[in-house]
Design a protein around this ligand. Structure first.
Ligand code: NAD
Length: 255
């Protein structure tokens, strides 16, 4: 770290120390050092000829449920043994040491923040290891109260034995709304925080990236942690150039 980065780093530590409430937005980059490829990097092997936009949509699933289910099955398998890295752990330990002080908001679906022990995570894009029904109750042919995803008939994808409704991954697909409660909680955190830490995200995916703008508009300091430039750098009060597994442990260790 050169001397100008060192003084920015110390300045950010002062802001964090003084902050009663911190919001933190993470993206695919915080999992890079755990070996999780970004969305586009993940397009390898037999899936290389498909674009994410052609697989991660409700339309794609309805057209060919098995193909999309198999794509997620492969991603789930690849993620199953992946371990959190030092960045995930630093955030989790900070949350544990300072209950209620840091609201963690992630765009990641890999569950690594949860695996690292973060006591609460607002997962704006869902979680890849969970399933939900494709259709809401009122769209299904029979009332859905009797159906439970975990009791779905096995198959690719599993389906409800009573009404045939299909299970699908509980992730937010292109064109879908973000979970209302998680987004509302994230917006509230963005409005009330004194520091908004943005780590491992390009800041290109909205509405998640808009949280940094909201925080700034409400008077918070916006701090970026990323080895490369991001689309949020221009609204940032500080840019810490480096990887999250390297920077976050030092940034969040106790004073
Ligand atoms: N792990 C996951 O769950 C996962 C993986 C890929 C994509 N996605 C989804 O894809 C979308 C992509 O948006 P995004 O902004 O999260 O990712 P992105 O792929 O657009 O950007 C990744 C960012 O991480 C940075 N980065 C790379 N290595 C890093 C490191 N070691 N430390 C810190 N930063 C690093 C890159 O410079 C880049 O800015 C999101 O909606 C997300 O849900 C999730």
């Amino acid at each position: 770290m050169d001397s100008s980065q060192a003084s920015i780093f110390e300045q950010v530590r002062v802001w964090l120390h003084a902050a009663r409430h911190i919001a933190m937005l993470t993206g695919a980059g915080v999992s890079a050092e755990s070996g999780v490829p970004t969305f586009r990097d993940a397009q390898t092997g037999m899936w290389a000829r498909f674009r994410p936009e052609d697989l991660a949509t409700e339309e794609a699933f309805r057209r060919d449920p098995q193909r999309v289910w198999d794509w997620y099955a492969e991603r789930r398998e690849n993620l199953r043994d992946v371990q959190p890295n030092a960045g995930h752990s630093a955030v989790a330990e900070f949350q544990q040491r300072h209950p209620g002080r840091l609201t963690l908001i992630t765009q990641n679906v890999d569950g690594l923040h949860q695996k690292a022990g973060s006591p609460s995570v607002l997962a704006l894009h869902g979680t890849i290891f969970e399933n939900q029904w494709l259709d809401r109750c009122e769209l299904a042919r029979r009332p859905m109260d009797a159906c439970h995803v975990d009791q779905a008939e096995p198959g690719r994808p599993p389906r409800c034995a009573q009404c045939g409704n299909l299970a699908r991954p509980a992730v937010v697909w292109f064109g879908e709304m973000l979970p209302t409660a998680a987004m509302a909680a994230a917006e509230q955190a963005a409005r009330r925080c004194e520091v908004m830490l943005v780590a491992g995200t390009s800041g290109a995916v909205y509405p998640a990236a808009g949280l940094a703008h909201q925080a700034r508009a409400a008077g918070a300091k916006v701090v970026i942690v990323n080895p490369d430039e991001t689309e949020l750098d221009e609204i940032a009060d500080a840019v810490l150039t480096g990887t999250s597994a390297r920077i976050l442990p030092r940034l969040l260790e106790d004073w």
